[in-house]
Design a protein. Sequence first.
Length: 257
Amino acid sequence: MRFPQVTIRDTVALHIRMLKEALGARSVACVVGGSLGGMQALEWVFLGNSNKIHSSNNNENEENFVRSAVVIACGARHTAWQIGISETQRQAIYADPLWRGGEFDHTRPPLQGLAVARQIAMFSYRTPHGFENKFGRAQAEDGRFEVRRYLEYQGQKFLSRFDALTYVRLTEKMDSHDVGRGRGGMEVALKGLRVPVLVLGIDSDVLYPLHEQEEMARLIPKGELRVVRSREGHDGFLLEQEQVGGAMKEFLKEHRL
């Protein structure tokens, strides 16, 4: 808990430093990311071309370190809706008596709280239609609904891959996402971008609704919007591979990247 708060911007600044200093890269053709990765991809455009943004020089031939980006299934900032969803997950962890304000015994971590947090997240990734189509009212032999068995399984499976404190810090990091912070607000910041950005949104996304991607694409001068048609909600960016891959292929070809 004493570790400093880390933002999306902090992470991307470190990524770019590693790429430039450790690997000697002189430019990046395209940065691609979905969800949390989409937030990072967007910050790559800002930090990778920080000396170009808000410049009066709009020379098309001017070299950019980051030449384009594909931003998938996220917004330009975390809204109250997304922060609220993150907070309900954190509260599940806080409610676990083993949490102990984050100073828990690592031999007895708050696993139950973390499992419930993961179950909450699973709802935000899908849709009512997706759950109904997958589970309906089916029940196991012991009488438990299949949807309950699924959520319990997802919660338990997550415990082998994640730590409760890391989960809390990661959701806080996502809540920090706001491209307008220190840049004159979201609208001013997005209008200052000068490279092509493909924005992909899923029409059934409950977590990051389509109107957020529509707004982002509208404000970015070279923004392009493509809508992925899916009944799977936020997870559509992972499941609808043909649509997502096809849109990216066309974008890269169009801009000769």
